[in-house]
Design a protein around this ligand. Structure first.
Ligand code: SF4
Length: 425
């Protein structure tokens, strides 16, 4: 469940727990109360479908509220975000389940019997797990984790309490893994983490994210496409800006963690940028690389947000030309400062989220239309009929192309938010 980091880690868990057919691992998310509710729902469904399976819960919801899951009769074990990267968390659990499912005898969960919860203090973690990087077996692109945790404390966010403080993967190991992924046939790598632009200060010589990317592009000359997952706009270092602006292997698509368009709300969120900063960085990016597409995360209905403040967020969609909008209705997370602030009522939050989504989809529609008649380089995905352009516009072909191939395509139309294309002659 949840973010790309969790999906990458689920691949590592799959490797570590290989062959254990009676095991179900729920890799949970805690970013919203809804995400935690969906985790519990997934556990109950799994238990209904597999009455005799062993069910282990891990991920950020398990890390931030282990007792919630330990108290569920369906659950056999709760594992923290650090422990989930240790193979013996999966290998030694044996359960004898009596028919009534209420009493479960845990045999040998690691070192001591009856241990149900193995969750250590994530803030004490200083290293990144050896797994670090894995690819999704059935995707054309691989997600490469280069950083984990976060040193910031945005007032609405529970993630640092699930993931711990920021830590970076040494550049040499990242380059090595990128080589392996290209050798395995991946044509695009997406660098991922919790706060990717915080890459480096914990490593010798404090390499920046820009320097890391430079090393990947130099060290893996056969990698055609490198993409960034979500980044903090004001933390783009100069070298990184240069690479985004000028290197054709850096994809012209950035997803910015903007969160709001009003300075008072940004201040109450403890964000590190102003609305003017956000607009300025997008203008600079567009001037340096006109074909770049902008995505952004925006929260609707943050506590104390009034109509005028919301209007500033709405206006940001046009001012930053946001064509990949991810809109989040604010949801209070217990333990965060924002949850203690005066809340906006649910109906207003929902209505504002809908208005933001409408604004983003109008902007997106205009952008997709502007691409008709252009030539795009498209990475073909699993089905052979669909793919994504470098600017992350979705594309569909009339006839199938080899999966994982990169095709030069002429855009001939637009249908249901997807560009229609034919291969260039
Ligand atoms: S930067 Fe802020 S929103 Fe992002 S993970 Fe860190 S605390 Fe959460």
């Amino acid at each position: 469940m949840g973010c790309r980091l969790n999906i990458a880690e689920s691949e590592a868990i799959r490797d570590m727990a290989q062959g254990q057919d009676d095991l179900i691992v729920v890799n949970s998310c805690a970013v919203t109360a809804e995400a935690v509710r969906q985790t519990r729902q997934a556990i109950r469904r799994a238990r209904r479908e597999r009455p005799d399976a062993r069910i282990l819960v891990t991920g950020c919801a398990a890390q931030t509220e282990p007792q919630t899951f330990a108290a569920m009769a369906e659950v056999d074990g709760v594992i923290g975000n650090r422990e989930k990267m240790e193979a013996d968390s999966y290998t030694t659990v044996r359960v004898e389940r009596s028919r009534d499912t209420t009493s479960a005898t845990l045999l040998d969960f690691a070192r001591s019997e009856r241990e149900v919860v193995r969750v250590s203090d994530i803030m004490a973690v200083r290293d990144t797990a050896p797994h670090m990087a894995s690819a999704f077996a059935d995707h054309a692109r691989a997600f490469l984790e280069v950083q984990n945790g976060c040193d910031h404390r945005c007032t609405f966010c529970i993630i640092p309490y699930g993931r711990g403080n920021s830590r970076s993967v040494p550049a040499g190991a990242v380059v090595e893994k990128a080589k392996q992924l290209v050798d395995a046939g991946y044509r695009e790598i997406v660098l991922t983490g919790v706060d990717v632009t915080s890459y480096g200060p914990d490593l010798p010589g404090s390499p920046s994210l820009g320097l890391l990317i430079e090393r990947i592009l130099k060290g893996v000359p056969d990698l055609p496409r490198l993409r960034l997952s979500s980044i903090d706009s004001v933390e783009i270092d100069e070298r990184l800006f240069d690479l985004i602006a000028h290197d054709p292997r850096m994809m012209p698509h950035l997803h910015l963690s903007l969160q709001a368009g009003d300075d008072m709300i940004l201040k109450r969120m403890k964000r590190r940028h102003t609305r003017a900063d956000a607009i300025r960085i997008v203008e600079k990016l567009k001037a340096a690389r006109p074909d770049i597409s902008i995505g952004a995360d925006i929260i609707a209905g943050f506590p104390t947000e009034d109509e005028a403040m919301f209007a500033n967020s709405l206006a940001l969609v046009d001012e930053c030309d946001i064509v990949h909008g991810h809109i989040f209705p604010y949801s209070p997370r217990t333990g965060t400062p924002a949850a203690r602030m005066p809340q906006v009522d649910r109906a207003t939050i929902k209505a504002r989220a809908a208005r933001l989504r409408d604004a983003c989809s109008t902007r997106r529609d205009g952008w997709l239309h502007s691409l008709i008649g252009t030539s795009q380089s498209v990475l073909v995905e699993r089905s052979g009929l669909t793919g994504h352009a470098e600017n992350f516009a979705p594309v569909r072909f009339a006839s199938a192309k080899p999966p994982s191939s990169i095709v030069r395509a002429i855009i001939t139309g637009l249908e249901n938010d997807t560009l229609i294309a034919q291969e260039a002659a």
